[in-house]
Design a binder for this molecule. Sequence first.
Ligand SMILES: Cc1cc2nc3c(=O)[nH]c(=O)nc-3n(C[C@H](O)[C@H](O)[C@H](O)COP(=O)(O)O)c2cc1C
Ligand code: SF4
Length: 720
Amino acid sequence: MARDPKYDVLFEPVQVGPKTLRNRFWQVPHCNGAGSERPGMQAEFRAMKAEGGWSAVFTEACTITPDSDVMPLVGAKLWDDGDVRNLSLMTERIHDHGALAGVEMCAAGGMAANSESRAPGRVVSQIPHEFNYMANGRALDREEIRRLRREHVAGALRARAAGFDLLTLFVGLGAFPIYFLYPFYNKRTDEYGGSFENRIRFTREVLEDIREAIDDCGIGCRFVIDTLDEPYGYGEQGIRYDGEGVQFIAALDHLVDYWDLNIGTLNWGEDAGSSRFFAMNHEAQYTRIAKTVTTKPCVNVGRFTDPDVMVEAITSGQCDIIGAARPSIADPFLPSKIEEGRPDDIRECIACNVCVSRWEMGGPPIWCTQNPTSGEEYRRGWHPERFTTAANAQNDVLVVGAGPAGLECAMVLGKRGMRRVHVVDEQPEPGGHLNWLTRLPGLGTWSRVTQYRRTQIDNLKNVQFVPRTRLSASDVLDYGAEIVIVATGAEWARDGMNGAMHARIDGADASLSHVCTPEQIALESKAHGERVVVVDHDGYHMGATMAELLAGRGASVTLVTHFDSMGPYMRYTLEEQRQYQRLVELGVRIVTQTLVTAVTPAQASIVHVWSGEEGTVECDTVVLVTQRVSRSELYEELRADAGAVEEAGIAAVHLIGDAWQPGMVAQATFSGHRLAREIDTDDPATPLPFIRERRLLNATEQDYVLGSPALAHGLDVLAT
Ligand SMILES: Cc1cc2nc3c(=O)[nH]c(=O)nc-3n(C[C@H](O)[C@H](O)[C@H](O)COP(=O)(O)O)c2cc1C
Ligand code: SF4
């Protein structure tokens, strides 16, 4: 199909200095857990976006000096020629698909703990960094500033040598230009502190230096134009878009070829905004001002997944280029799908921030809820849009359970050409637990997980969703499928069993009127009293979500958790601060480091986990958010009768998703995808080994990954 002409504007080329973008889609810097140490993963992850139509594809923040070492966080590096070698694989693979390769150059200053390099820290003013409070680097003198400028030029030259076309100086979230610019960090009294002119002096000098050294790359800044009000930002100690934000752009405009703009602070959840709190294009109110002072192309971000919103952003004069991190993770082929007239096939980001959480927890490889192939392009050879025909495609498959794992599995099996795939569920609609979860406050956008898969399945002739059908083990045996996949999900524990005590909570029994599970509240509308205790041992969002729901209905809610904070995983998804604020506004009392040991119709008994101090909270209802329990009875029954299974002509019975291991939706979609990808291996239940990029002693030719572009490149990329 041809693209809808109303989207033509998105496919116009844009000039950025000496380089030309083929369209207006730009993958802004974002990390993926590959850094420079996993060059194969880094290269193929980015190449996928180039193949999917993005015109510019960037690294994450790429540090350029050894005293920018943020270990254990994993980011790209250009410290030496070895890093040049590794990252040049990325640029080569991006170029293979006709896109420009970009790098976000960063000298991290006080944010870097230098755990690996053990380099002495350098800062603008000697005040401990908020992320690095036990170290306090040396405040740079003039000579040291000159040296730092030279290091920026050397970093830019290494970037150019690695093949990068677009060199972005990072002026945001933990890099020297920001430490000079914000009064929050800069307390200097010399010519680099005080006035605005003084505070931008370093950035001006660095840009001049780089321009003098390099004239054949696009050179720009990623600039945080607004650091927001307190409590989410720096207030008067930072900068505001209509003050020094826009002044900064006006002052340095002649030194850049483009501006990549965003907002926020080191609590970057205001930028990578979760859908609980932010709508699409939420940064426009701050960033659109840039166009009043610059004629250079401006990139904006704001979870752009809707092409109509993108067109509006361009035609209204808000920006020139659609920047995206998360939408490009969830769907590397988003531009191609618009271009090919298939916008309904876009796998829209749900802004759950699970991708973000991976960086925040220390940088393990990226996960994406919507796109299970994310990060697996090289390691497992998975392509998000291409599927091989299964060697056992002549088989009929029965998937029991149409939650995220079952739907993903059925969809991929359909795309792999299985003769017939039935995905059966007792509910009238597919979605599993997402059907009720997405009706909870702030979680409506998560319904895209189901919508996307539903749309795909509806277009696959060999896949059929069968509603309102509850299958017993004997029904499964009689169904006539050769492969059975059980994806029956999980449910919240009804007895308070939890991972903090490894025991049940005394008196906790969800068959009683004063004890509820989240499903009972959300799905069954079980009545609750005026005074509610929510017990959270889960640690992700459900405790906070229940508290928000019930407080929103007017209940007086106490959230009790053994963790140090409310839903600690929400810190990783950058949702914690706003969710905390929301609960406080709703009058929720949050009691941390505390266990609920017993419940009665009148109260919950509590104990502080460290002091042992005991107490009670008077309440009418207790909501148990303690752990989830797999619903795997059907699988156990089938497993227990191997003879009957064989007799029924069933070659294999598999268990996936929450029914195997209750977890985040991202784990469920991965689980379903993984099985479907490997359904024709000797032992599909056991994942195939994946490529681990590591140094192998005494490596031989056979140790290299055959056919790998990394091998052609002569890199130390080795198979297990
Ligand atoms: C997983 C992840 C990692 C990120 N890492 C970086 C980074 O290294 N440097 C940076 O400037 N921004 C980083 N960001 C922020 C994005 O560039 C972007 O500004 C933000 O996500 C908003 O864009 P989006 O709504 O399109 O995701 C990251 C975002 C994500 C989702
Ligand atoms: S993990 Fe969630 S927020 Fe991140 S890209 Fe995927 S769907 Fe979007």
